[in-house]
Design a protein around this ligand. Structure first.
Ligand code: ATP
Ligand code: MG
Length: 276
């Protein structure tokens, strides 16, 4: 059975595409057959972040409009050696309405028939057609939130839409299972009151926190070179994404990188030695 995920947020630029690429890569590394779909019509960002932009010949809209088959449009990722990761790129058409519900439904159902374990839908910002279609067929949602007021407020809004405008909501099935992912977290700025803490974000949104990704320049380097940050085993952001993948698979993993790590001075080192 395929699990369809939407990675959504409401507010733009919070880390949805970074997250979609990292989670999809992490799931494929674990051996799950995974596809990640870019719903951001007109922008096409996911293929850049995943380093396959030069291999895009056909895209999502081409498949919906019958100009290409799914097999022609799916791009096999070259970073994950087991061949389990595929990308369906967004169209650069200006027509934001190109993602018709029937067409998206057909693509999702064809991907299920191809026995993908995970179908990850990278949503555009806002609540227009692309974002609504990215969430419509979802079984689960990763709501990406930055620890700041405007992002939390927009996540709250998107949670309302998830519970009312999805196929599951319309048909009265079990609701979409929601996970909160806090990205660009900087514990030092939380301490000084410039950012909201994990607990406070949870108190407002009341959605279980599946991960906290630290603010890290590794993410920008990763995007610029087309290698998802999860492929960098030394990166704290990469490690936090790997932990998140484990949690999505049902493993209990403690949160890391959520408090300020103090460098021990000479006195601290002396005393900790004495204490043995
Ligand atoms: N943990 C992080 N640390 C530092 N920078 C990050 C982190 N996560 C994302 N970014 C940066 O934030 C910017 C926006 O990220 P991304 O494109 O993933 O967001 P998005 O939500 O998909 O945006 P949009 O709404 O435009 O689709 C990028 O420059 C990305 O490199
Ligand atoms: Mg994006």
């Amino acid at each position: 059975m395929s699990r369809v995920f939407v990675v959504t947020s409401g507010k733009g630029g919070v880390g949805k595409t970074t997250t979609s690429a990292a989670l999809a890569t992490g799931l494929a590394l674990k051996g799950f057959k995974t596809v990640v779909i870019d719903f951001d019509v007109g922008l096409r960002n996911l293929d850049l972040v995943m380093g396959c932009e030069r291999r895009v010949v056909f895209d999502f809209v081409n498949v919906i409009q019958g100009e290409a088959t799914l097999n022609q449009a799916l791009i096999q990722d070259k970073h994950v050696a087991n061949g389990q990761l595929y990308i369906l790129a967004a169209s650069q058409t200006k027509d934001k309405e190109a993602l018709k519900k029937e067409g998206v439904a057909r693509v999702i159902s064809d991907l299920k028939a191809m026995e993908f374990d995970f179908i990850i839908c990278d949503s555009p910002a806002g609540i227009e057609q692309g974002a609504l279609m990215a969430m419509y067929f979802a079984d689960e949602a990763v709501v990406v939130t930055n620890p700041e007021v405007s992002s939390v407020r927009d996540s709250d809004r998107i949670l309302g839409i998830l519970s009312s405008k999805s196929q599951r909501a319309e048909s009265g099935e079990e609701p979409i299972r929601e996970h909160l992912l806090i990205t660009r977290y900087d514990p030092a700025r939380v301490e000084t009151g410039q950012m909201i803490s994990v607990d406070d974000v949870f108190d407002v949104l009341k959605v279980p926190v599946v991960g906290v990704i630290p603010e890290s320049t590794d993410v920008i380097v990763a995007s610029n070179t087309g290698n998802s940050v999860i492929l960098n085993p030394e990166s704290r952001a990469g490690m936090a994404y790997a932990d998140t993948v484990e949690r999505l698979l049902g493993t209990t993993v403690p949160m890391r990188f959520t408090s300020v790590e103090r460098k021990q001075g000479i006195l601290g080192r002396l005393f900790s030695k004495k204490r043995g």
